[in-house]
Design a binder for this molecule. Structure first.
Ligand SMILES: [Zn+2]
Length: 206
């Protein structure tokens, strides 16, 4: 089995495992995910009210500093018949246009886990407060990164998963180097997993 096939199967397995949390999971072409279109409308997700959360602790350096193009995915939370729901949108390719299929599927898989952890977080109202329409953005990102690294590190006996962990850990370190809110997220993450452990995963030999 090649990497593309492996991660495609893992992606589908992961989607099935969390079907109780959301069955709205969509692979979105990169030119659409970053173009500002309303993904709930575009993918015909039924909802009564789209939820927006404020984090008063965060002041962005510029509107495009966080959440704009190049993201691995988005989770949009909404109310339907009074119930909180999430729809997950995964970027088909957050890498360069000529990226190989295996690495594209690896990142779709990693991004899906990350986004599902946002849906879980929202469901549990851990870093989200629907009644107040507030959230802890740094807390939510650190939670999703923590759960994803923890998940991948539990599957290290598989060679493909080892690469997925190495990629995810390396990306976390790169994000930290970009500064701003990304550094705050990394700082929060390293309260849950030692920075040395993340550095070790990033340098794992494949
Ligand atoms: Zn996230």
């Amino acid at each position: 089995m090649d990497g593309a096939q492996f991660f495609k199967e893992q992606y589908e397995g992961l989607a099935n495992r969390y079907v109780g949390l959301t069955s709205d999971i969509y692979l979105v072409p990169p030119e659409i995910i970053g173009d500002g279109s309303d993904l709930l409308e575009r993918y015909k997700v039924e909802f009564d009210e789209k939820l927006y959360f404020e984090d008063s602790a965060i002041e962005f350096e510029s509107p495009s500093e966080y959440g704009a193009g190049g993201a691995g995915g988005y989770t949009i939370n909404f109310l339907k018949s009074g119930k909180g729901c999430s729809a997950v949108f995964i970027n088909e390719n957050a890498l360069t246009p000529d990226a190989a299929e295996n690495i594209k599927w690896l990142w779709r898989y990693n991004a899906l886990h990350h986004e599902l952890m946002h849906a879980l977080d929202f469901n549990r109202q851990k870093n989200f407060n629907t009644a107040e329409r507030t959230m802890d953005l740094v807390g939510a990102e650190a939670f999703a990164d923590f759960k994803t690294l923890q998940h991948l590190s539990s599957k290290l006996s598989n060679g493909f998963m080892k690469i997925a962990l190495k990629e995810y850990a390396s990306n976390s370190i790169t994000m930290n180097e970009r500064g701003g809110i990304r550094s705050k997220i990394y700082e929060r993450l390293t309260k849950k997993i030692d920075a040395k452990t993340i550095e070790h995963w990033a340098s794992i030999s494949i």
